[in-house]
Write a new protein. Structure first.
Length: 109
């Protein structure tokens, strides 16, 4: 009998809440919305500037946990982009048209 197993492509989604969020994402979103609700009660929202400032924490947290293709969410993309631009990159040449850094005489022997 064949003992190979077929794993579906979306098997990691079962580990996420609603198939989209992990615990940290929902905590971040909940804190942002909670701060926004608190600011809506404290600040005079009849002025546009105060209304925008009150809604800003919830909007930023919603933007950070918004899912995007090829990454988990915007927060993950920002982290990967930051790591890419701040760490030293080392690319090893493994081409087909040169001898990988060896002398041409050694390659043709």
């Amino acid at each position: 009998m064949d003992t190979s197993y077929l794993i579906p492509a979306n098997s990691k989604k079962s580990m996420l809440i609603f198939g989209i969020f992990n615990t940290f994402d929902l905590t971040l979103f909940g804190i942002g919305v909670g701060i926004s609700l608190l600011l809506l009660m404290i600040l005079p929202v009849d002025q546009l500037l105060f209304a925008i400032l009150a809604i800003l924490p919830g909007g930023i947290s919603a933007f950070l946990v918004m899912p995007i293709p090829n990454y988990h969410n915007v927060r993950t993309f920002i982290g990967v982009a930051f790591e890419f631009f701040t760490t030293r990159q080392r690319f090893v040449w493994k081409g087909w048209c040169f001898g990988n850094g060896e002398d041409e005489e050694q390659v043709h022997k």
